[in-house]
Design a protein around this ligand. Structure first.
Ligand code: MN
Length: 259
C-alpha cells in the first residue's frame, strides 16, 4: 500500500499535480536578525569567507566557511532554545526524531489583520472561526500564521522597530496554550523574525510562543515566505534543521508539498 502511495506521489511530482513550494527566505549578509535590548548578547548575522575559489588555495574547487547565529533567517526553534524546554527529553536538534520533521500544515490567513494592525495577535477565537470553515486542526500539524510579512523589503520594514521596541504580529498566550494543549500541534510557524509578537516581552508569560511551545516539546519556524501559495489545509511541510549536536536551532530549507 505504501509503495503505491509513494509511486503515486512520484508521478504527481513529475506531472506537476503536486508542486513543491519553497517557504524559505534567501540567507545572506543582508538577512535581518532579531534586535535584542543591548543588555543581552546579540546574535551575529550571516557572514562567509572564501576558503578557495579555483585559485592556488584550491585550483579546481570553490567553497566557503560560514558564520551565523543558529536563529538566523528562515530557521527552526528546538525545545532546548527556551529555558522552559531545557530539561525535556530529545530537546536538541540532534535528538529530535526524524518523524517529527514532516507534517501537515494548517495555514491561518491573518494578512488583512496584520496589514491593518502591525501588533495583531492571533486568538483562540480566530482559530475556532478558521476551524468552522476548514475543519479541526489535527494533532501533529504545523500551524502557519500567514501575515504576508515576508513581503516587506529591507531590515527596517521587516523588524518594524520603534522607540518602544518591535511591532510585528504574533500570538496571545491563550492562543499558544490552545494550540499546544487543545490541538496538540507540532509547532507554530510565522513570517516574522521570531515566533513571538514584537511586543511579546510585555506579555504574561513573556514570549509565550517560545515559553509554551518550546516548554511543551514543540517547535517553531520563523522568517517563512510564500505562505500565500499554500492552501488552508492539505499541504505537507518538510522542515528538517541541521543535526547540530546540542543545537538550539538552525537555518533550514522549508519545503511544502501542495496538491
Ligand atoms: Mn528562533
Amino acid at each position: 500500500m505504501s509503495t503505491s502511495l509513494l509511486t503515486q506521489l512520484a508521478d504527481a511530482l513529475r506531472s506537476g499535480a503536486v508542486k513543491v513550494v519553497d517557504l524559505t527566505q534567501p540567507l545572506g549578509p543582508d538577512t535581518p536578525v532579531i534586535d535584542l535590548p543591548p543588555i543581552f548578547a546579540a546574535s551575529p548575522g550571516f557572514s562567509s569567507e572564501v576558503i578557495s575559489r579555483y585559485d592556488d588555495k584550491g585550483p579546481a574547487w570553490y567553497w566557503n566557511t560560514i558564520r551565523l547565529g543558529e536563529h538566523t533567517g528562515t530557521h527552526f526553534d528546538a525545545p532546548v532554545h527556551w529555558i522552559t524546554g531545557a530539561q525535556l527529553p530529545d530537546n536538541t536538534l540532534d535528538k529530535i526524531p526524524a518523524r517529527k520533521l514532516v507534517g501537515p500544515a494548517c495555514v491561518i490567513d491573518c494578512s488583512r489583520e496584520a496589514a491593518a494592525d502591525n501588533d495583531f495577535l492571533l486568538t483562540p477565537e480566530f482559530v475556532l472561526a478558521w476551524e468552522e470553515q476548514h475543519g479541526k486542526i489535527p494533532p501533529g500539524a504545523w500551524v502557519l500564521m500567514r501575515t504576508d510579512w515576508s513581503k516587506r523589503q529591507g531590515r527596517d520594514a521587516f523588524l518594524n522597530m520603534r522607540e518602544d521596541g518591535s511591532h510585528t504580529p504574533g500570538f496571545t498566550p491563550d492562543c499558544v496554550r490552545f494550540l499546544a494543549f487543545e490541538r496538540d500541534v507540532l509547532g507554530v510557524g510565522v513570517e516574522c523574525v521570531g515566533t513571538d509578537a514584537g511586543q511579546a516581552a510585555t506579555f504574561d508569560p513573556p514570549f509565550p510562543a517560545h515559553n509554551i511551545m518550546q516548554g511543551s516539546g514543540r517547535f517553531g519556524l520563523a522568517s517563512l515566505a510564500n505562505l500565500d501559495q499554500l492552501p488552508p489545509t492539505g499541504a505537507i511541510v518538510i522542515a528538517a534543521p541541521l543535526k547540530i549536536v546540542d543545537g538550539s536551532g538552525s537555518p533550514l530549507r522549508v519545503l511544502a508539498l501542495v496538491g
